[in-house]
Write a protein that binds this ligand. Structure first.
Ligand code: ZN
Length: 90
């Protein structure tokens, strides 16, 4: 029996400082990510903790970190820190 229940629920959380550090590192490592975030998201507000999700990409061990609000503001724009390097909305 397989189940996807839970995959959209947060896996863990991180502090605002941890989140900012991860996103800063990913932006520095990945060409084009800064431009993607600038075009598709707006800056987050200050919070003490942010949710972290498991990446849904098969075989990717990454975690998804909040990088900004999606343009329509109904979702959080998240970036995978793993091998797939994709961005998602949560
Ligand atoms: Zn991934």
């Amino acid at each position: 029996m397989t189940s996807n229940v839970g995959q959209n629920y947060p896996y863990t959380s991180e502090t605002g400082e941890e989140r900012a550090a991860v996103i800063a590192r990913l932006v520095a490592e990945r060409a084009g990510l800064a431009e993607t975030l600038a075009a598709e998201s707006t800056p987050l507000d200050a919070r003490e903790r942010w949710w972290v999700w498991k990446c849904p990409t098969p075989s990717c061990p990454g975690l998804l970190h909040a990088a900004g609000y999606a343009a329509e503001k109904h979702a959080v724009f998240v970036v995978c820190d793993g091998t797939c390097g994709k961005t998602f909305l949560r």
